[in-house]
Ligand binder design. Structure first.
Ligand code: KIV
Length: 283
């Protein structure tokens, strides 16, 4: 499988082909994702909640993201990887934004970075990062790093005025050099309006079907993360239930002596040597 490039994604938009995109945070999962033929993997700062057990994404550090990108890259060498810029890794200055975006590419092995927000300051950071030659994706709508300002995990763009604001943000991010923008948590018609207003690919998570591709959080769609599940998620598996069943059965079988079975789960030994060892034990 050949790794897709940004020109491939731009052609896909022109041809009306949908891009498939999913989050991934580790080597093992990335292997399965690549085998499925996924177009892109987002090493999202959602790793803070999904992998590290925080309540929000705020505590995630650059080192967490770099390590996760490296792990995903080892599992998916031929998939386009987007590294997410964690909270306060790009807000403070253009220099810091360029430095940290560069780390995700240089140390993490990501192909591109993503930053949240559509304010003038974030547009400026987008300009700085892309000006430094780093490919970047915008992220607007329900942006968890802006949770306090947007009032929690709530759908966005639910009025014509709010939709116009999102269109304006997407256009500014495009002008600042974003090759794509992700829109999260908006009604289908708003996803469609943003998509029509921009020339670059617009991908959606919880933004309906009328965008250029879909992103989903892998741990939600396989039924692994069970603290909560957003309305826009479709579950394709119940991995959590499978794991729970396996762990519970193991606990029961070890306690009852049903596992391990000596003729199945241990190494073979010559009968004569085994008899000698038994004799040694007795003595
Ligand atoms: O971190 C992440 O997984 C994200 C998605 C929620 C869009 O940014």
């Amino acid at each position: 499988m050949k790794k897709k490039t940004i020109p491939d994604f731009i052609n896909m938009k022109a041809n009306g082909e949908k891009v498939t995109w999913i989050t991934g945070y580790d080597y093992l999962t990335a292997k399965y994702i690549e085998r499925a033929g996924m177009d892109m993997i987002l090493v999202g700062d959602s790793l803070g909640m999904v992998q590290l057990g925080y309540d929000t994404t705020f505590p995630v550090e650059m080192d967490d993201m770099v390590r996760a990108c490296q792990s995903v890259r080892r599992g998916a060498p031929n998939t386009f990887i987007v590294g997410d810029m964690p909270y306060m890794s790009y807000q403070e200055s253009d220099e810091e934004a360029i430095h940290n975006a560069g780390r995700l590419i240089k140390e993490g092995g990501a192909d591109c970075v993503k930053l949240e927000g559509g304010t003038d300051l974030i547009v400026q950071r987008m300009k700085a990062i892309t000006g430094a030659g780093i490919a970047a994706i915008g992220h607007i709508g329900l942006t968890p790093q802006f949770m306090a300002q947007i009032g929690g995990y709530k759908a966005q763009g639910k009025s014509a005025d709010a939709a116009l604001k999102l269109i304006d943000q997407a256009k500014k991010l495009e002008a600042a050099g974003a090759w794509s923008t992700l829109i999260e948590g908006v009604p289908t018609v708003v996803g469609k309006a943003v998509c029509k207003a921009c020339s670059i690919p617009i991908y959606g998570i919880g933004a309906g079907s009328q965008v250029d591709g879909q992103l989903i959080i892998y741990a939600d769609m396989v039924g692994y993360y069970d603290d909560f599940c957003p309305k826009f998620v479709k579950k394709y598996a119940e991995v959590g239930k499978v794991l729970q069943g396996a762990f519970t059965a193991y606990v029961e079988e070890v306690r009852s002596g049903a596992f391990p079975e000596d003729d199945k789960h241990t190494y073979k030994i010559d009968a004569e040597q085994a008899a000698l060892i038994e004799k040694m034990i007795e003595e």
